[in-house]
Design a protein around this ligand. Structure first.
Ligand SMILES: NC(=O)c1ccc[n+]([C@@H]2O[C@H](COP(=O)([O-])OP(=O)(O)OC[C@H]3O[C@@H](n4cnc5c(N)ncnc54)[C@H](O)[C@@H]3O)[C@@H](O)[C@H]2O)c1
Ligand SMILES: N[C@H](CO)Cc1c[nH]c[nH+]1
Length: 443
């Protein structure tokens, strides 16, 4: 049985915190819906200490932000955006339209249609997370969305130049310096000056994730992508320093970031525990990371690889770094994860910033039912059908008529019956059902 060398805050404490966030979000969204821009402005002053008449950035403000970056900064952003573009373009090739004759004269198919108007949230409260601009905006562009707008909060009282540059370089058509619930609410509900979008995408803190969740239905959302979490699966092929580094690399995100080590080695577990404490004396972001580790860090020691696999699927973490003597076995067998990082040569930060896979990933066990953001999330797979012959319409109509009556739907049955009368030359009583026929003989 798995043993805990270190445990985290209880589930009920976490659920209580989620409840509070949910109430705050509900009230603020109602206010935005009622008062539009006036509410947006008040909220931006209240939460971000940022006041302006119009939160949309002008082209000259955008240019001024780009100018503040060095040539190397711009080249690095371009490189990362190119990698995201390349992988998303390859993934799009897997999204094939379909048209197939399933029975003689019956044509069924689907088309992948880009969502027209999307709102991409780029988080920026604690860190100016420009990488999220590539992940959402570039991917929406690859999908072919025609209107791609983007919001990010001000950072230290001003639009963050690197975020604005990344939003513009990725191809956002409208850029707003708005954060949190006010950004999500404005994009989904619309205001006097902002036309609402069809779908919201992008990660964010608990308020952002909850606002998206509450608005789902009014608009589409990509997935539940809240505060970051990470899981390291390791055996004695690696040491405590690399495990501790990978745990703290994500724990610095925020004080509620779960960082979990899952191992089959008590020796590695103890070494990692010591290394975390040592690195926390050196890490510049230790103030956040140490609180996250104290409250949300876990070390679980399992008896076998099979037990590690079972635990990993139960945890269903957003990121899973695997460093064992059988990384591909985990790839073949794991079912619940946002993204896998296989082997010690790669790590979550490569995925976060540059390698090309998307960093917007499911949290709070949403990995049980969804993967992360990808080009397919920006497409609707819509079906169509055609019936090309009288015989096909009569055959399907005959089954349809009887199946409708089995459910008591006479109106539905008539949709079938009228076609069986016209295309099959059969005498069907109004609101009756078509008797079983041998279509070959009937025609
Ligand atoms: N799951 C993913 O794919 C993924 C990817 C990247 C980042 N993230 C997460 O995104 C988050 C970014 O968080 P952040 O806070 O730095 O930036 P953020 O942009 O998500 O949130 C900042 C905004 O939160 C609002 N806010 C702050 N306190 C509030 C309060 N008490 N009530 C109402 N609104 C409030 C403010 O308006 C502010 O603009 C982190 O938790 C990070 O882990 C997740
Ligand atoms: N780890 C985040 C996904 O939860 C993404 C990210 C980018 N930069 C830093 N973090």
């Amino acid at each position: 049985m798995a043993q805990y060398l270190k445990t985290s805050k209880s589930l009920s404490e976490r659920q209580q915190a989620n409840k509070q966030v949910s109430i705050t979000v509900e009230n603020i969204l109602a206010d935005i819906e009622q008062r539009g821009n006036a509410a947006i402005r008040e909220l931006s002053i209240k939460f971000d200490n940022y006041d302006r008449q119009d939160y949309r950035l002008s082209q000259s403000e955008i240019n001024a932000c780009i100018k503040q970056l060095s040539r190397q900064d711009l080249k690095d952003i371009e490189f990362a955006q190119q990698q995201v573009f390349n992988f998303a373009s390859e993934q799009k090739k897997c999204l094939l339209d379909l048209e197939v004759e399933t029975r003689p004269g019956v044509i069924l198919g689907h088309k992948n249609i880009p969502i027209n108007s999307v709102g991409c949230y780029v988080p920026g409260g604690k860190y100016p997370l420009l990488a999220s601009a590539h992940m959402s905006i570039i991917t929406a562009n690859v999908a072919g969305c025609s209107r791609i707008i983007s919001c990010a909060p001000p950072f230290h009282g001003q639009p963050a130049p690197a975020i604005v540059a990344a939003q513009a370089m990725a191809g956002a058509t409208e850029i707003y310096a708005l954060g949190g619930i006010q950004a999500i609410g404005a994009m989904a509900l619309g205001t006097e000056t902002l036309r609402p979008v069809d779908m919201l995408v992008g990660p964010g803190n608990a308020f952002v994730a909850e606002a998206k969740r509450q608005l789902f239905g009014r608009v589409g959302i990509d997935l539940f992508a809240g505060p970051t979490e990470t899981l390291v699966i390791a055996d004695e092929t690696v040491d405590g320093e690399i495990c501790a580094t990978d745990l703290l690399g994500q724990a610095e995100h925020g004080i509620t970031t779960p960082a979990i080590l899952l191992t089959n080695s008590m020796k590695l577990a103890q070494e990692t525990l010591r290394e975390v404490e040592r690195l926390l004396t050196r890490l510049p972001t230790a103030e956040i990371a140490s609180q996250a580790w104290r409250d949300y860090g876990e070390i679980i020691v399992c008896e076998s690889y099979e037990e590690m696999l079972q635990e990993a699927d139960r945890i269903a973490s957003e990121h899973v770094q695997v460093m064992t003597d059988r990384d591909d076995w985990f790839l073949q067998n794991m079912t619940n994860y946002g993204a896998l990082f296989l082997g010690p040569r790669t790590n979550v930060a490569y995925g976060d910033k540059v390698i090309g896979t998307n960093h917007t990933l499911p949290t709070q066990k949403a990995a049980r039912y969804t993967g992360g953001l990808w080009v397919g999330k920006f497409m609707k797979t819509c079906t169509f059908q055609k019936v090309l012959t009288d015989e096909a319409s009569t055959e399907i109509g005959s089954y349809c008529s009887r199946l409708c009556q089995l459910e008591g739907f006479s109106g539905h049955a008539e949709q079938a019956n009228i076609r069986v009368r016209r295309y099959g030359n059969m005498d069907v009583p109004y609101a009756g059902s078509v008797p079983p026929v041998d279509v070959a003989k009937a025609s």
